[in-house]
Design a protein around this ligand. Structure first.
Ligand code: DNO
Length: 344
C-alpha cells in the first residue's frame, strides 16, 4: 500500500512541504485544474506537476480526476471525439509516468452534501448529508443553492442539463458507460495505468438523476463490461458505506481479492438514519464503518496500490476547504498507516 494525500495544486492552502511532514505519506493525488473539461491533458503539464511533487520528495501517484464530459454520459454525437480526447489524456499520463486514474460517472453532480459544517459532539465540524434537505434544495438559480458546490452551473446551464438527463434511464447511462470504458480501458492497459471509478456519493439517485455506481451488483456489472485490472474501482468507503446495505468489509475482501481495487479512499461516516449521515474522524470507533476490518481485508489481499485518507473534520480552529484541511486528514493518515504497520 502506498499512503497518499490529496493536493489541489498551487492554490491549495495546504502546501506540499506541509504534506511532506506527515511522515507516512509517500504519494500525491492531484489533477490539472486549468484544462477545460473535454480537452486533452497535455503531457508537458502532467510532467511538470509530477516534477513539482518530486521536488518535494513525493511521487505523483494518482490523477483524481480527469472529468468525464457530460456529453459522454449523455451519449451525444460529440462523445466520440471527447472519448478520443480522454484516451489521449490517458496516454499522456502514461508517458509522464503516472499510473493511477480516478474518475467518476455521476451525472451533473459529483459528491454532494447538505451541510458543510455539521457540528460534532466534540466541537469539531464535518460534512453531513440529509436527503430531505437535498430534496428541498433550491436549484432555481443554478447550483448557487447547493452548499459547497464547486463546479457552478447557472440557471440556464443547469436546466439544460437536467432536461437532457430526463430522457436518459439508468440503463441508458450504463450503455454510455460501456461505450466509454471499452474505449478507454484498453488504452489504460497499454500504458500501464489502472483506472478506478469513484462510486456515486451518496450512493443513490439525487434530483431525479440516474446514479448507477452504488452497490455490489453495480460493481459486478462494471467489471463485466470490460474485465481487466485497468478497469477497477476507487474503493471509497465513505461513499459506498453510506448505504447500510453495502457491507464494506465484504466488498473490500471481494474486489481486492479480484485485483479490481485501483485506489482506495478510506474514511468513516456515521449513518444516522436512512438517507442521512455525517462524516466523522477516520477511526473505527467514531463512525459506523469497521475501518480496521477494511484495512485487514486490503492487507490480506496483498493490496499494493495507492490509498489516501479522505475527508477530514475541521479541528483545532483550522479554516479551509471543507473536508480538505490538514490536521484531521493527517491524523487519518497516521491512523491508517499505523494499522497497516501493525498488520505487517
Ligand atoms: C470528494 C472526492 C470526489 C472525487 C471524484 C472522483 O471528495 O472523493 O470529488 O474526487 O468523484 O471523480
Amino acid at each position: 500500500m502506498i499512503l497518499t494525500f490529496r493536493w489541489y495544486g498551487n492554490n491549495d492552502l495546504i502546501k506540499l512541504d506541509y504534506i511532506r511532514q506527515i511522515p507516512v505519506v509517500k504519494g500525491i493525488v492531484s489533477a490539472l485544474y486549468d484544462v477545460a473539461v473535454g480537452e486533452v491533458w497535455p503531457y508537458e503539464k502532467l510532467m511538470s506537476l509530477r516534477n513539482e511533487t518530486k521536488a518535494n520528495g513525493l511521487e505523483l501517484s494518482v490523477i483524481e480526476s480527469i472529468p468525464v464530459h457530460e456529453d459522454i454520459k449523455l451519449g451525444k454525437p460529440s462523445a466520440k471525439i471527447l472519448i478520443e480526447n480522454y484516451c489521449e489524456s490517458i496516454r499522456n499520463m502514461g508517458r509522464a509516468g503516472i499510473h493511477t486514474l480516478c474518475y467518476n460517472f455521476m451525472p451533473v453532480f459529483d459528491w454532494t452534501r447538505s451541510n458543510m459544517a455539521f457540528q460534532l459532539e466534540d466541537g469539531s465540524n464535518a460534512l453531513s448529508y440529509d436527503n430531505s434537505e437535498i430534496l428541498s434544495a433550491d436549484l432555481s438559480d443554478g447550483t448557487k443553492g447547493l452548499p459547497g458546490w464547486s463546479t457552478s452551473y447557472n440557471k440556464k446551464e443547469l436546466k439544460f442539463l437536467l432536461d437532457a438527463y430526463k430522457e436518459l434511464s439508468p440503463e441508458g447511462l450504463w450503455e454510455n458507460f460501456a461505450v466509454f470504458i471499452k474505449k478507454t480501458a484498453p488504452v489504460a492497459e497499454e500504458f500501464g495505468i489502472k483506472m478506478g471509478i469513484h462510486p456515486d456519493d451518496p450512493p443513490w439517485p439525487i434530483f431525479g438523476l440516474p446514479r448507477i455506481m452504488t452497490d455490489e451488483a453495480a460493481l459486478d456489472r462494471l467489471i463485466g463490461v470490460y474485465d481487466s485490472p485497468s478497469n477497477g474501482l476507487t474503493l471509497c468507503t465513505g461513499s459506498l458505506g453510506a448505504s447500510s446495505g453495502n457491507d464494506m468489509v465484504k466488498l473490500t475482501e471481494k474486489y481486492a481479492g479480484m485485483d479490481r481495487i485501483s485506489f482506495a479512499h478510506v474514511r468513516n461516516i456515521r449513518i444516522t438514519n436512512t438517507g442521512q449521515f455525517n462524516e466523522t474522524a477516520h477511526n473505527t470507533g467514531s463512525g459506523s464503518l469497521d475501518i480496521l476490518g477494511i484495512m485487514k481485508a486490503l492487507k490480506k489481499a496483498g493490496f499494493s496500490g495507492p490509498l489516501r485518507p479522505d475527508h477530514g473534520r475541521m479541528i483545532w480552529g483550522e479554516q479551509g476547504k471543507p473536508g480538505y484541511g490538514l490536521y484531521d486528514r493527517a491524523l487519518g493518515a497516521m491512523y491508517l498507516a499505523g494499522i497497516w504497520e501493525g498488520l505487517e
